[in-house]
Design a protein around this ligand. Structure first.
Ligand code: E4P
Length: 217
């Protein structure tokens, strides 16, 4: 499973990238607004830092506007993925941009039918939002399973990019289901390293290290 980082925090991306944990990056208008940076400038900086796909989202609602913005974003770097919303206009923009050879990430996916349409429109990635479904008492992981089944039934090549990941459990569950990619904030990726038994075990070792004055010199 590929790891994308869901942030525009360049320092956080660089730290994870140095560890080989970054296969790509996703942003959205809320993430860009939080960064306080110009979208074109920060996206270029991220594209220069990371080898894999970097998603940058359009801001228009109509297909023509999305296509024009998508073409502009695609000029930033070869690894740009244009992110469009899962609306009828977004699907039209997806079809045009993907036919031109641009990677497209169709976002704000909340149903298997929406994922089916995105695959038909040639999406490189479909972004089902797990956390936002969980927030309204629906099962986000069940959606990932349903999309995996449908895409496998028909051999669709669109990659399932599980998004709106809120905790480390989402990561391992997505890996078990077979999501192609998970995009998660840096703190969630770091939380994957945590285990209470690791902490307890280390504390016990430290006591014995002190007691026996163990040194490696
Ligand atoms: C990434 O592509 C999505 O925009 C992001 O994961 C949404 O996450 P949120 O639901 O926590 O805002």
């Amino acid at each position: 499973m590929k790891f994308f980082v869901d942030t525009a925090d360049v320092a956080a991306i660089a730290e994870l990238n140095d560890l080989g944990m970054v296969d790509g990056v996703t942003t959205n208008p809320s993430i860009i607004a939080k960064s306080g940076r110009d979208i074109l400038e920060v996206t270029k900086e991220i594209c220069d830092l990371v080898d894999g796909p970097v998603s940058a989202e359009v801001v228009s609602l109509d297909a023509d506007g999305m296509i024009a913005e998508g073409r502009k974003l695609a000029k930033i770097a070869d690894n740009i993925t244009v992110k469009v919303p899962l609306t009828w206009d977004g699907l039209k923009a997806c079809k045009v941009l993907s036919s031109e050879g641009t990677m497209v990430n169709v976002t704000l996916c909340f149903s298997a039918n929406q994922a089916l349409l995105a695959a038909k429109a040639g999406a490189t990635f479909i972004s089902p939002f797990i956390g936002r479904l969980d927030d309204i008492n629906l099962d986000g992981l069940e959606l990932i399973e349903d999309i995996r089944t449908i895409y496998d039934n028909y051999g669709f090549e669109t990659q399932i990019l599980a998004a709106s990941i809120r905790n480390a459990n989402h990561m391992s569950e997505c890996a078990k289901i077979g999501a192609d990619v998970c995009t998660a904030p840096p703190n969630v990726i770091k939380a994957m390293a945590n285990h209470v038994l690791t902490d307890n075990g280390l504390a016990a070792f430290m006591k014995d290290i002190e007691k026996a004055n163990i040194k490696i010199v």
